[in-house]
Ligand binder design. Structure first.
Ligand SMILES: Nc1ncnc2c1ncn2[C@@H]1O[C@H](COP(=O)(O)OP(=O)(O)OP(=O)(O)O)[C@@H](O)[C@H]1O
Length: 262
């Protein structure tokens, strides 16, 4: 459903993403991991059409994002790392506004808003201006807005930052359930435990390149001698010394990663 095909993005003489190949299929939740500056947000912005690749292409379903932005965006829900809300609107007004932007009819908007209010437990603060919301309330509202058109693909940049444990549980359960319902989820995160808990596969970026893609079990096989949590594996994988003796530093699990059709 999501296909990065040899995607490179440069900013001047800086390469933010280099020759990224990554696919995420229907019913899959993939966690994108990497240090600060590894290239995760740039990749996500190319996926949702906010940036154009310098080379290569990103496809969502049958659409090349940079060529068919309108069609692709109907398939995508996006929760950015720095969510934006209109302070002078309530959550209800904001969700209605977003629903109209997606071309839903008035009755479809009503049904969708009700569905999201229940899913993200927005009831109590639904009609207050969003300027008075806590971070968790804002994040739940942003999730609801991203889902108003029931997208096939959900793209989430750092979903758990600053949330309390109850809210983290709500978001984790929701993301897993969304994938289990046949949708496609790509989530960038620094919270390795959450990736290990809910992702089908992890994709690790280091210095603009994808250095591993596969399950955590496959990662354990690829980084011999490192046992235990995803955190210890991740730290070993993104440590430069690990690349010694590996000609291209590429730990991708080519053989076992399924190639899923849109
Ligand atoms: N608009 C821009 N102009 C110039 N350089 C940029 C721009 N956006 C990103 N970069 C650079 O591209 C590289 C990748 O940045 P990106 O934000 O994709 O990393 P990230 O993995 O999302 O990091 P973080 O975890 O800190 O959010 C960094 O070196 C960053 O400075």
């Amino acid at each position: 459903m999501i296909h990065f095909e040899d995607v490179t993005r440069t900013f001047g003489n800086r390469t933010a993403v280099e020759r990224l190949n990554l696919s995420v299929g229907k019913g899959e939740l993939v966690a994108l991991l990497g240090h600060n500056g590894a290239g995760k947000t740039t990749s996500i912005k190319m996926l949702v059409g906010l940036l154009q690749p310098s080379f290569g292409q990103v496809k969502v379903g049958p659409y090349v994002v940079s060529e068919s932005m309108r069609e692709a965006s109907r398939l995508i829900g996006y929760v950015p790392d720095q969510p934006f809300l209109y302070d002078k609107l309530s959550a209800r007004e904001f969700l209605e506004f977003v629903g109209e932007l997606y071309g839903l009819t008035a009755s479809e908007v009503r049904t969708a808003v009700q569905r999201e209010v229940e899913r993200f437990q927005l009831g109590e603060f639904m009609d207050r201006l969003t300027e008075s919301y806590s971070h968790g309330m804002r994040q739940r509202t942003v999730f609801a807005a991203a889902l108003i058109h029931e997208p096939e693909v959900l793209v989430v940049d750092e979903p758990m930052v600053g949330l309390d444990p109850q809210c983290i549980r709500l978001v984790k359960d929701f993301l897993r359930a969304y994938a289990d319902n046949g949708k496609t989820v790509l989530m960038s995160t620094h919270t390795l435990g959450i990736a290990e808990e809910i992702a089908d596969r992890v994709a690790v970026m280091n210095s603009s390149r994808l250095v591993f893609e596969g399950t955590v079990a496959q990662l354990r096989e690829r980084v011999p001698g490192v046992l235990g949590t995803l955190e210890s594996l991740y730290l070993a994988l993104t440590d430069v010394s690990v690349f010694d003796g590996n000609s291209n530093g590429d730990f991708r699990s080519h053989s076992e990663s399924p190639v899923l059709e849109p």
